[in-house]
Design a protein around this ligand. Structure first.
Ligand code: ADP
Ligand code: DP6
Ligand code: CO
Length: 331
């Protein structure tokens, strides 16, 4: 007698990282990953996460293999909690093996959690037979990592605050060709995760209410700037919003600081480029690496100048990329 195969469904999906121009920094509800404010990002056309989910009821527990290495502790637990949610939605009970590869460094402030949970949401929902539309997929991805709600879509994307039903992302049409030069000065993982740092900031920073208010206003200004295709205003708003986010976390207790001396030198380099007539605007996330918004024709010049400022840095040149895609599935 041949054994009944334990594998009942499998799916592979790929999603790209996104970099926020108006940042998400703070949860109104941590269990549902509902943000305090709206945010807006650019999905990149490079460095995707590719994730395969395979249902297998012979497993004692869900398994996460990341970059070929079996994960324990927090990363595995985070995936298990996410799969529990997918199982609850599907009414199914099988455990799963998750095999994932990030092309962007993990935990370095380069949005690995965004590409990771967008890819996992698409692969897991397909493997468990949930037929989700993009909006439902964005809401599901949000539960894994807030920023992942935005990587479901390509190009410029906004993510709405709200309740579980109304907090999803959607594309923002814009007549602007944007490029992003990513300066990787340290690919190592951060010592304090985005989740922990933002929760500490909302709980302890006296600047937090001002951050939330100004981010809501800057999001409206950003949408208006995109609508009139005003590249300079888009860049100025993005740089300002990033600086305000880092100022807010500096006010947390204990303070949170992701910017290093090398980061600051690169942020200054954006000002040097502008003084020389090349429009580049710096933005940073929860890590020391710096991203530069510029026009596609200027990307090589931007990277060349940055390389003189930090000869040890590695550069990625990106444009607007597409949203999550399913590469294959069988139930
Ligand atoms: P980042 O700046 O890279 O987004 P975060 O602190 O937001 O950093 O998230 C990093 C965490 O996201 C990792 O520690 C891990 O728990 C999770 N993660 C990253 N990539 C993957 C992946 N491909 N599959 C599952 N979980 C992942
Ligand atoms: C600074 O989405 O990684 O990159 O929801 O806790 O997983 P969790 O946090 P995460 O936070 C991203 C913060 C940011 C800004 C942004 O991407 O909007
Ligand atoms: Co993240």
């Amino acid at each position: 007698m041949t054994a009944v195969p334990a594998v009942t469904g499998t799916a592979t999906a790929e999603a790209n990282p996104n970099i926020a121009l108006i940042k998400y920094w703070g949860k109104a509800d941590a269990a549902y990953n509902l943000p305090v404010t709206g945010s807006l990002s650019l999905t990149l056309d490079t460095a995707p996460t590719r994730t395969t989910v395979t249902l297998d009821d012979t497993l004692a527990a869900d398994e996460l293999v990341l970059g070929g290495v079996v994960q324990a502790a927090r990363p595995a637990e985070r995936v298990r909690v996410f799969l529990d949610l997918v199982r609850a939605l599907s009414g199914r009970t099988e455990r799963a093996r998750v095999d994932s590869v990030n092309l962007i460094p993990t935990g370095a402030g380069l949005a690995s959690s965004a590409s990771a949970f967008a890819a996992l949401a698409a692969a897991a929902s397909a493997a468990y037979g949930l037929g989700l539309d993009d909006r439902a997929l964005s809401r599901l991805a949000r539960r894994g990592s807030g920023s992942a709600s935005r990587s479901v879509f390509g190009g410029i994307v906004r993510w709405y605050p709200g309740d579980d039903a109304s907090s999803y992302a959607e594309p923002v049409p814009a007549d602007l060709d944007l490029a992003m030069v990513v300066a990787i000065i340290d690919a190592g993982p951060k010592t304090i995760s985005s989740t922990v740092a933002m929760n500490r900031t909302t709980a302890t920073s006296p600047f937090y209410p001002a951050w939330a208010e100004s981010t809501t206003a800057q999001l409206d200004e950003m949408l208006a700037a995109l609508d009139r295709a005003d590249f300079t205003a888009v860049g100025e708003l993005a740089e300002s919003n990033s600086l305000r986010m880092h100022a807010t976390m500096a006010g947390a207790w204990p303070p949170v600081r992701y910017q290093t001396a090398a980061s600051i030198a690169l942020v200054d380099a954006a000002g040097e480029l502008r003084a020389a007539g090349v429009e580049a605007y710096a933005t940073m996330d929860a890590g020391p690496n710096v991203k530069f918004l510029c026009r596609p024709d200027d990307a090589d010049r931007v990277a060349a100048h940055l390389a003189t400022v930090d000869p040890g840095a590695r550069f990625l040149s990106a444009r607007a990329g597409r949203g999550v895609r399913l590469l294959g599935s069988s139930e």
